[in-house]
Design a protein around this ligand. Structure first.
Ligand code: SF4
Ligand code: SF4
Length: 107
């Protein structure tokens, strides 16, 4: 594997304080989302109804955080560790299916 394609170690600790972050909020390496449970930012939560879901994968295509969990070509849930609650999945789910609804966190 070439040096360019090798995964570099993440130099930012998940518990780093703001004074330790790189200037300008620069993300110095790729793949850092694995080390940070950014779902904690969420104020609205997508609720998925497995009974209604037809596994069309539209939400998987549009989710900006790759938080739609898939197994054997079927949706199996939502990765709440990384879902930011943007609501795109609920918007793109076919209207006749409506398998995802957004709810405020903690309600
Ligand atoms: S709410 Fe946004 S981030 Fe969360 S699963 Fe839906 S599309 Fe992805
Ligand atoms: S868009 Fe709706 S029906 Fe399609 S996979 Fe996602 S939740 Fe299921």
């Amino acid at each position: 594997m070439s040096e360019v394609t090798q995964q570099k170690a993440n130099p930012i600790r998940p518990d780093a304080g703001w004074k330790e972050l790189p200037w300008g909020g620069i993300i110095p390496v790729g793949g850092t989302a694995r080390a940070f449970k950014t779902g904690g930012w969420r104020s609205n939560r997508p609720i998925w109804d497995s009974e209604k879901c037809i596994s069309c994968m539209t939400c998987w295509i549009y989710c900006p955080d790759m938080s739609i969990l898939v197994e054997d070509g079927k949706m199996i849930g939502i990765d709440y560790d990384h879902c930011k609650g943007c609501g795109i999945c609920a918007e793109v789910c076919p209207p006749r299916v409506k398998a995802i609804t957004m709810k405020p966190e903690g309600v």
